[in-house]
Ligand binder design. Structure first.
Ligand code: F0G
Length: 353
């Protein structure tokens, strides 16, 4: 039985017998082929899969990092944790902190966190502090607080976060039998791209894969500091999860790009929303807008795709996190009355010739 990623990848992680494992049995998420998207790329024998990390216990990849960060915090005797978040980190920190019997404090940019994520943080009993600023400002604040007070920071500056997140790369290799040729991933603070690369390198060095992937990171056009090589003071995008103007792991991200011969590109909100709908309507996979940046990005650089390669796109979060964007992208049809005429319904459904 799967008992969480620390249990499964124990020998690859900085844990010992002294580490109390705090887990919600995260990880082991599916790698799903997306044949229609593969065919839309119009390249011969190109196969695309999505690593659907929205199926983790709190609905995002953050659970991978949080099982490690909270287990280590517990081992070190912490009683409270803190993070800044665009939403998903706060949901995961809140859930794992409660699982460990700790308090969680989360700072979020007021008005820019998707509804489901806020609901989660509140439901898991975190103390939610909404600031009149963006994620970057919230992060500076929590860094100062964690330096000054006895509270453990669980943003991706915490090295255990990346250790946990690297297991997603292990799973991809275990599922495919090798590393893919390309990995496409949305980028905000650039922790996850750094963690994936750590995982791919570690597995490669252990002889678990025959190659390393090229790593392609995608930022939203209104929040693309790495792409433009300069911080963005007022980041804006529909993909609020990656609405970040000054990523903490910037230098790591550049190192990954160079080592893997990959690239960073910006995708517009329109490209993101198109990919978001395409995934749901053509493949039956509902992710949140930020996650769709990996698919949007793949289409953005489709001219560069060589024939015959295998590509994995990371879907970082579940679509249910962000009901507002989902509702805005479709329209329900109102049928008159509580028991409308069957013929009227059939007509609305286009069943009557
Ligand atoms: N996708 C989703 C759904 C996210 O929530 C995030 C980051 C990213 C991608 C980008 O990952 O920062 O490692 O490059 N969310 C953070 C949060 C910032 O607070 O939940 P990254």
């Amino acid at each position: 039985m799967w008992q969480g990623l620390i249990h499964h990848y124990y020998d690859y992680l900085p844990v010992t017998q002294a580490t109390p494992i705090v887990t919600l049995y995260e990880g082991n998420t599916p790698l799903i082929p997306v044949p229609r998207i593969s065919s839309y790329l119009g390249k011969k024998n190109v196969q695309v899969w999505v690593k659907y990390d929205g199926l983790n216990p709190t609905g995002s990849f953050k659970d991978r990092g949080m099982t490690m960060a909270i287990s280590k915090a517990k081992e070190q005797g912490a009683t409270a944790v803190i993070c800044a978040s665009t939403g998903n980190t706060s949901a995961a920190a809140a859930a794992y902190a409660r699982r460990a019997g700790m308090k969680a404090f989360v700072l979020i940019p007021d008005g820019y966190v998707a509804l489901g994520k806020l609901a989660q943080a509140l439901m898991y009993g975190a103390q939610v502090l909404a600031i009149q600023g963006n994620f970057d400002q919230a992060l500076s604040l929590v860094r100062e607080l964690a330096e000054k007070y006895p509270i453990t920071l669980v943003n991706s500056l915490n090295p255990y976060r990346l250790e946990g997140q690297k297991t997603a790369a292990f799973e991809v290799v275990d599922q495919l039998g090798n590393a893919p040729d390309w990995l496409c991933i949305p980028v905000g603070n650039a922790g996850n791209i750094t963690a994936y690369w750590m995982g791919f390198c570690q597995y490669f060095q252990q002889g678990k894969s025959q190659q390393l992937p090229r790593m392609f990171g995608f930022q939203a056009a209104g929040a693309a500091p790495i792409v433009h090589n300069q911080p963005v003071t007022h980041p804006e995008t529909v993909a609020t999860a990656i609405r970040i103007g000054n990523p903490v792991n910037w230098q790591n991200a550049i190192a990954v790009q160079e080592a893997s011969q990959g690239g960073f590109y910006a995708v517009s909100d329109q490209e993101i929303l198109t990919a978001y709908q395409l995934l749901a309507q053509e493949e039956g996979i509902f992710c949140e807008p930020a996650s769709a940046a990996s698919i949007a990005g793949l289409f953005h650089i489709q001219d560069q795709i060589p024939e015959g390669i295998r590509i994995v796109c990371v879907l970082t979060g579940n679509g249910l996190k962000d009901p507002d964007n989902a509702l805005a992208s479709g329209q329900k049809q109102l049928c008159q009355g509580i028991a409308p005429e069957r013929d009227i319904l059939a007509q609305a459904m286009g069943l009557l010739g």
